[in-house]
Design a binder for this molecule. Structure first.
Ligand code: CP3
Length: 347
C-alpha cells in the first residue's frame, strides 16, 4: 500500500534527496492544451470555469492524464479572494483581470468580513474534495493562494500593472489603509488555505508574483512577514502540511527566506542561477524550479541542456523540478514531454 509519505513530491518537501526529482509545472492546466481550451469553451468564461467544480476538476486532471506529473495544482485563481471579500472581478479577453479599485477608506469599508468568504469559495473546496478522490494514488494535490502583497497590487490598481505603481503609491500616501488591506487579505488567506487543506489539499503554495518590486525593509514587512504569518497559522492547525513559498524575483532575498518564514520549500524564478541557488538557498532545504518558460515554446537542444543543468545543479539536495513561472499559451505540448523525459533520464 502506498502511504502519503511515499509520494515523490511530499518526500522532496520533507528534505529527501532523490535520484529523479518530482515534476510539476505552474499553469499546467492551461491554454497551451487543446483539451483545456475545449473545456474552457464549454464553461463559457474563465471565472465560470473556476466556480464549476466538475469542470475545474476535469481541467486539473487533464495534464495529469497527458503527462503523469507528480503533482496536480487546484484549478482556481489568486484573485478569487478579492472577489470573495466583495470586490468586483472580471477578465477582459487578451488583456487580463479587472477589479473594482481600493484607494480610499470608503472603498475598504465596502469589503466584507473574512467569515463571509466561504460562501463564494465553497465551489473551490468542492473541487479540492473531487480531486482528492480522483487523482492517481501517487499524485500530490497542491492548493494555493496569492500572497497578500501581490493580491493587494491587483485590488489597489484594479488590474495588473508593470511596476505595481498604484500599490507603492498607496503604501507611501496612506500606510494605515495599505496595512489594513494587507491584514484583511492575510486573514482571508489563512481561512481559505485552511479550508483547502481540510478539503484534501496535501501541500499549499503561496504565490507572491510581485515580491521583487518590494525593496529594502519593504520586502521584510510586506513579503516576508505576511508569508511567515500565514505559514505559522497554517502550521499551528495542520503541522504536517508542507508550504511552498514563491517570492518571485526576490533575487538575493531568496537567501534565508525559508528559515525566516517557516516554509518547507522556496520556489525560484528563472532569473536565479541554479548553481548559485544550490549554494545559498538549497542549504536551508528543498527548492523548486526553475526552467525558463520560453523553452516550452522553442524546445530543442537548448531545452534539454538547461533542463539537465538545473537537475544537476540541484541534485545534491532536495529539489522539485518546475518552470520558473507559468507556462504560456503559445507553448508546444510536445516540448513539455521533452522536458519531462529529460528530467527523468538525466542521471
Ligand atoms: O498553476 C495552475 O495551473 C493553477 C491555477 C492558477 C491560475 N492562476 C489559473 C489561470 C494559478 C496558481 C494562478 C495564479 C495567478 N493568477 C497568479 C500568480 C502566479 C503568476 O502567474 O504570477 C496571478 C498573478 C494571477 C492573476 C491572473 N489570472 C492573471 C494576471 C491572469 C491573466 C493572464 C493570462 O495568462 O491571461 C489570470 C488568468 C488565468 N489564471 C488563466 C489561468 C489558466 C488563463 C485563463 C484563461 O483565459 O483560460
Amino acid at each position: 500500500m502506498t502511504t502519503a509519505n511515499q509520494k515523490k513530491l511530499l518526500r522532496a518537501l520533507a528534505g529527501e534527496v532523490q535520484e529523479v526529482p518530482p515534476i510539476w509545472m505552474m499553469r499546467q492546466a492551461g491554454r497551451y492544451l487543446p483539451e483545456y481550451r475545449a473545456t474552457r469553451a464549454e464553461a463559457g468564461d474563465f471565472l465560470s470555469l473556476c466556480y464549476n467544480s466538475d469542470l475545474a476538476t476535469e481541467v486539473t486532471l487533464q495534464p495529469i492524464r497527458r503527462y503523469g506529473f507528480d503533482a496536480a495544482i487546484l484549478f482556481a485563481d489568486i484573485l478569487l479572494i478579492p472577489q470573495a471579500l466583495g470586490a468586483d472581478l472580471w477578465f477582459v479577453t487578451g488583456e487580463g483581470p479587472r477589479l473594482s479599485t481600493i484607494t480610499t477608506e470608503a472603498d475598504f469599508a465596502k469589503l466584507g468580513p473574512v467569515s463571509d468568504i466561504h460562501e463564494t469559495l465553497n465551489p473551490i473546496y468542492q473541487t479540492v474534495r473531487n480531486l482528492s478522490g480522483a487523482l492517481p494514488k501517487d499524485t500530490t494535490l497542491i492548493g494555493f493562494a496569492g500572497a497578500p502583497w501581490t493580491v493587494a497590487t491587483y485590488m489597489i490598481a484594479g488590474r495588473g500593472t508593470p511596476d505595481q505603481g498604484p500599490a507603492h503609491a498607496l503604501k507611501a500616501e496612506n500606510k494605515a489603509l495599505f496595512e489594513a488591506l494587507l491584514a484583511r487579505i492575510t486573514d482571508a488567506t489563512i481561512a481559505y488555505l485552511s479550508m483547502q487543506i481540510e478539503a484534501g489539499a496535501e501541500v499549499v503554495k503561496i504565490f507572491d508574483s510581485w515580491a521583487g518590486s518590494l525593496i529594502g525593509d519593504d520586502f521584510e514587512k510586506y513579503a516576508l512577514e505576511p508569508c511567515r504569518q500565514i505559514t505559522a497559522a497554517l502550521k499551528a492547525r495542520h503541522p504536517n502540511v508542507p508550504v511552498i513559498g514563491f517570492p518571485r524575483e526576490a533575487k538575493e532575498k531568496y537567501v534565508g527566506f525559508a528559515k525566516a518564514t517557516g516554509v518547507d520549500c522556496v520556489a525560484l524564478d528563472n532569473s536565479v542561477d541554479p548553481e548559485w541557488a544550490a549554494q545559498h538557498v538549497q542549504t536551508d532545504g528543498c527548492v523548486q524550479g526553475n526552467l525558463a518558460s520560453r523553452h516550452m515554446v522553442t524546445g530543442g537542444q537548448e531545452l534539454v541542456d538547461d533542463t539537465r543543468r538545473i537537475v544537476q545543479a540541484f541534485g545534491k539536495g532536495a529539489h522539485v523540478f518546475n518552470l520558473g513561472h507559468g507556462i504560456t499559451p503559445d507553448a508546444n505540448p510536445d516540448h513539455v514531454q521533452l522536458m519531462i523525459d529529460t528530467v527523468r533520464e538525466t542521471r
